[in-house]
Design a protein around this ligand. Structure first.
Ligand SMILES: C[S@@+](CC[C@H](N)C(=O)[O-])C[C@H]1O[C@@H](n2cnc3c(N)ncnc32)[C@H](O)[C@@H]1O
Length: 510
């Protein structure tokens, strides 16, 4: 008999409500024993971890006009998250469509993200111009947050070995207008064969059992068991050691999980220290508003099993912060670790890189009035079918990494020397277009999202009616998409990418 029926993948389908309840009870017992006994905390924890956390969105700072528009709305109806000023808990006014079908999400103005998950990038504190690695990046909540903090400057390497999840990572980086990125698709431990003592900062948001997010995804229960958490911790130790190797001396490594168990957190840090000795240090995490005591009330006899420095890590308990559970550690590195080869000088900067791609930059300026401001270390690259803006170092890395997937952002598609602006370019720079812009009504925006076509009324006397051909479709502060107005001026075709279109687009804050 095949043992497929009992494999973890099939457990979910096989679980009855009674089995689910039994498994949940086992998980709660496993986690609550970390809290001091005889306090009300355990009961509060039990209630909080199964509750659905409030909806939270993070403003994406990379698309300035969209960010400004959504921030002012959120400031009036939402509540800012103490440790991440860009993130807001939505108030009582519910979106008038599922979150993913709202204009604000579709146009990359916000990323829907639990408030606990915004802590990792905040602790990483990446700076513009640095070289940063997100070792386990899909679907990209933290990667887009890091990109936003770096203001698209420097180099952000995002790695994700699972092909299906890579697609969601690519989609989210595109939606948020990230262009200083380079994507690799390989086991994180394998990546350490190519990069040695290289990155200023690294985030390892490790694959984990997710025991802290059960409230959001009960499906996780089907895969959870104490033995599975231990198995996960072996993989986590391997990834953490690899991440540590890729960190430059003096750099910062953040290890985070959405698990609360010590197996997947403190035990993993121990696994690193066993290998590195004093070369790795668990650093303090200071000055994060809203986080008073770092580890929270971890039972004292458990906390004393670990080095004193582990008390510096943050464990977010759902009952203390009304969010999902998570763990964050900040690790420093003193000296270089041994590596055999250095394929890529990450600091390589493209200077005086004049190519025919630069002429396309002039073209964009002439046609749309958009001055492409190419950040230091990035370059325009003209391919057969498109023009991309990407880190200059991509060429070197692409040649040396078998797992290289892609780099940068598509500025637009090329056809017979004509450049068709991509959706990302419209979001990033569309607000500087004044001549070739058409103002839409909300009904027209909805029609575009549904069908990518709008009939323009014949009796419309607005100046917009004088425009023919390519335009940017705008709606107040929102850059909706590139469009083409018919020769007769009575029809607008939009180019909203398929993945962003919705039959009924709504608003995050109606
Ligand atoms: C917790 S998720 C990351 C979430 C992501 N950081 C975010 O904020 O959206 C962990 C990711 O690690 C990936 N992963 C699994 N095994 C891996 C490995 N060996 N090396 C690197 N990543 C791995 C998983 O596919 C998953 O996408």
């Amino acid at each position: 008999m095949s043992n497929n029926a009992t494999s973890p993948r099939n457990r979910k389908a096989a679980m009855s409500p009674a089995q689910e309840a039994e498994r949940l009870e086992a998980l709660l017992c496993h986690l609550e024993r970390l809290l001091p006994a005889d306090t009300a905390d355990r009961q509060r924890f039990r209630e909080a971890i199964v509750a659905t956390p409030p909806v939270c969105v993070r403003v994406n700072g990379l698309l300035p006009s969209h960010a400004q528009a959504v921030r002012s709305l959120l400031e009036s109806v939402g509540r800012p998250v103490a440790w991440c000023e860009d993130t807001f808990t939505l108030g009582d006014r519910a979106p008038d469509a599922p979150l993913g079908n709202t204009l604000e999400v579709a146009l990359g103005a916000v990323y829907v993200q639990a408030k606990a998950t915004t802590l990792a990038a905040r602790v990483l504190d990446p700076q513009p111009g640095e070289c940063v690695l997100d070792l386990a990046a899909a679907p990209g909540g933290k990667a887009t947050h890091i990109a936003s903090l770096m203001n698209n400057q420097g180099l952000l390497v995002c790695n994700e070995p699972k092909q299906k999840r890579m697609a969601s990572l690519v989609g989210n980086l595109e939606r948020c207008g990230v262009h200083h990125c380079l994507l690799t698709g390989v086991d994180g431990a394998q990546l350490a064969r190519s990069f040695h003592n290289a990155f200023d900062r690294i985030l390892l948001d490790a694959p984990c059992s997710g025991d802290g997010i059960i409230g959001k995804s009960r499906g996780q229960l089907a895969y959870w068991s104490p033995e599975d958490a231990v198995r996960k911790s072996y993989q986590q130790v391997g990834l953490l050691r690899a991440a540590f190797h890729m960190l430059r001396p003096g750099g910062i490594l953040v290890y985070s999980t959405c698990s609360l168990s010590t197996e997947e957190n403190e035990d993993v840090l121990l696994g690193l220290l066993r290998r590195t000795g004093e070369n790795a240090q668990i650093l303090g995490i200071d000055g994060i508003p809203g986080i008073e005591s770092s580890t929270g009330p971890l039972r004292e006899d458990i906390a004393t099993c670990y080095p004193e420095s582990f008390r510096r890590c943050i464990r977010i308990w759902p009952h203390e912060h009304q969010t999902e559970g998570c763990f964050v550690a900040r690790v420093g590195k003193q000296a270089a670790t041994q590596g055999h080869t250095v394929e890529a000088d990450l600091k390589l900067v493209a200077e005086d890189y004049a190519t025919d791609a630069d002429q396309m930059g002039d073209y964009v300026q002439q046609k749309w009035g958009i001055a492409l401001d190419i950040p230091r270390g990035q370059q325009l690259v003209r391919g057969h079918r498109d023009l991309t803006l990407r880190p200059a170092v991509s060429e070197v890395i692409a040649a040396s990494l078998p797992a290289f997937v892609r780099a940068g952002m598509r500025i637009g598609g090329l056809h017979k020397d004509h450049l068709f602006l991509s959706q990302q370019s419209v979001g990033l720079w569309g607000d500087s277009v004044s001549d070739r812009r058409i103002e839409l009504t909300w009904t027209q925006v909805q029609q575009l999202f549904a069908h990518n076509h709008v009939d323009l009324p014949a009796d419309c006397q607005s100046p917009d009616r004088q425009i023919r051909g390519e335009v940017i479709c705008g709606y107040g502060p929102w850059q909706i998409c590139r469009g083409v107005i018919s020769r007769e001026g009575d029809h607008l075709t939009g180019f909203i990418p398929r993945g962003l279109r919705h039959e009924r687009i709504g608003r995050l804050i109606p």
